[in-house]
Design a protein around this ligand. Structure first.
Ligand SMILES: *[C@@H]1O[C@H](CO)[C@@H](O)[C@H](O)[C@H]1NC(C)=O
Ligand SMILES: *[C@@H]1O[C@H](CO)[C@@H](O)[C@H](O)[C@H]1NC(C)=O
Ligand SMILES: *[C@@H]1O[C@H](CO)[C@@H](O)[C@H](O)[C@H]1NC(C)=O
Ligand SMILES: *[C@@H]1O[C@H](CO)[C@@H](O)[C@H](O)[C@H]1NC(C)=O
Ligand SMILES: *[C@@H]1O[C@H](CO)[C@@H](O)[C@H](O)[C@H]1NC(C)=O
Ligand SMILES: *[C@@H]1O[C@H](CO)[C@@H](O)[C@H](O)[C@H]1NC(C)=O
Length: 399
């Protein structure tokens, strides 16, 4: 019971003290303003932290700085703790400034400035120490990677406080990674992973890991350029669309693959090139200097790398320039046929016209008597009895 009462008393006096301090603070501002003023400080690990404590109106009362462990650092201009990193900057009745060089993460915490009035007045200043992230490292890739492999790129940066932010870029385009943060002591280790299946489009692609942090004005970046190996893919390009005898033809075996497929082998109809004199192979090119009908056939180029072999084919058909010229007569023939058809049609129309005309004439002559022995319809009408006007009218049928 006695112990309990004692505790209550202590608590009461502590509360009273706090109350009094708070009370004098607000009162002091109005009257003497005799209380210490400090500011929170944020520094980067390894830098210098200046801790300033000010008293606007001071009746020569001593100031003191103490650390988060409540150890006195400076009492006025007198150094209390033996730590060579802590030095005095300025000591006067109005100000006590100290500096802590080569600040470490363990220096972080609440520092106290005390003004030894009665009762003692204190103010807290929080020293925040930023942990600078380490240069990022990318791991998890094999150089070279094989097409189809599933790889996991992991970017790691340690020592940041607060935890750094990691971003991934695939050739400057941001891609989303999976980030994990692990606390190691007072700082953090941040890892971000990117998992994907590599294909030939990843060959030569730059993957960049960027680390952003409050302590860095520019993010730290690390880049890895992927190298992807893949089986060759070939294609033959040709210099002529309609190869003709006597012309110069160049075939190129365009190969894609990593490593670049070498050498390129040319063959014709499954065998060797028949005419070394006219068929010249230079690297991936095959040149036939003077095309000949006998060059017809299937040309094939083949190349391989350690991942496989690929081939491409080109079917050569050498046109005879004269035969090409004779292609004209085909059109002429069609033209001729058309002309004949048109001619026949015209003849038919004329013949039909004549026939119809005759038929009508005969019919008319029946109207007029005495026309039977006329040699043609005209004379028949003229010979016919009846007035001329009528005959004229009827004559119009002949036209
Ligand atoms: C600390 O004070 C010194 C001068 O005493 C100054 O050069 C330095 O920039 C200050 N550091 C910070 C972090 O304000
Ligand atoms: C403060 O100290 C100075 C000497 O350092 C003295 O001249 C002055 O009278 C003192 N003031 C008070 C209010 O004690
Ligand atoms: C100083 O820092 C402490 C702890 O981070 C915070 O609670 C307080 O509000 C800060 N004071 C000022 C004036 O920023
Ligand atoms: C985080 O730390 C723990 C213990 O140090 C460890 O077992 C775990 O593998 C770590 N996680 C990562 C992602 O590094
Ligand atoms: C094509 O080859 C044959 C036999 O090799 C040869 O007689 C002929 O002159 C060649 N034609 C041309 C246009 O070179
Ligand atoms: C080669 O092409 C010509 C047409 O230019 C054709 O008449 C000939 O039969 C072909 N010869 C071979 C061996 O394929």
């Amino acid at each position: 019971m006695i112990v309990k009462q004692h505790l209550i008393f202590i608590l009461y006096s502590l509360c009273a003290d706090v109350f009094k301090v708070a009370g004098t603070k607000s009162k002091a501002k109005g009257s003497q303003g005799q209380f210490p003023i400090t500011q929170n400080v944020t520094v980067v690990e390894g830098a210098i932290a200046n801790m300033t404590c000010r008293v606007d109106y001071n009746d020569n009362t001593s100031l003191q700085w103490s650390n988060p462990a409540q150890q006195t650092l400076f009492f006025g201009d007198k150094k209390a703790l033996r730590d060579h990193r802590i030095e005095l900057v300025r000591a006067s009745w109005q100000e006590l400034t100290i500096r802590i060089s080569d600040v470490g993460l363990s220096d972080e915490g609440q520092y106290t400035c005390s003004l030894f009035t009665m009762p003692v007045k204190t103010t807290k200043a929080f020293l925040t120490v930023l942990g600078v992230p380490g240069r990022p490292e990318i791991t998890g890739f094999t150089k070279p990677a094989m097409e189809g492999d599933v790889i996991t790129l992991t970017c790691t940066t340690s020592g940041s406080k607060p935890a750094a932010n990691i971003r991934w870029f695939r050739n400057d385009k941001e891609v989303q990674g999976t980030t994990k943060v692990n606390a190691t002591g007072k700082s953090f280790t941040v890892r971000s992973s990117l998992q994907f299946q590599v294909d030939r489009r990843d060959d030569g692609v730059a993957y960049t890991c960027s680390v952003e942090h409050v302590s860095l004005s520019n993010p730290y970046m690390t880049t890895e350029v992927l190298e992807v190996h893949y089986a060759p893919h070939l294609e033959i390009t040709h210099s002529l669309i309609i190869p003709q005898e006597g012309q110069y033809l160049k075939l190129e075996c365009v190969s894609k693959g990593n490593p670049i497929p070498e050498p390129v082998l040319w063959s014709k109809d499954g065998g060797e090139l028949p005419d070394i004199e006219r068929m010249i192979v230079e690297g991936r090119e095959l040149t036939i200097t003077t095309l000949n009908k006998t060059d017809n056939g299937t040309y094939r180029c083949e190349a391989s790398n350690h991942l496989g072999t690929s081939s491409a084919e080109y079917i050569l058909f050498v046109y005879d320039p004269n035969a090409l010229g004779q292609h004209g007569p085909d059109h002429a023939l069609i033209g001729g046929v058309v002309a004949v058809v048109v001619f026949i049609t015209l003849c038919l129309i004329i013949v039909l016209g004549r026939y119809l005309a005759r038929h009508k004439g005969t019919y008319l002559t029946h109207e007029a008597k005495g026309a039977e022995d006329a040699p043609d319809a005209d004379t028949a009408i003229i010979n016919a009895e009846g007035n001329h006007v009528h005959a004229e009218e009827k004559k119009e049928y002949f036209i």
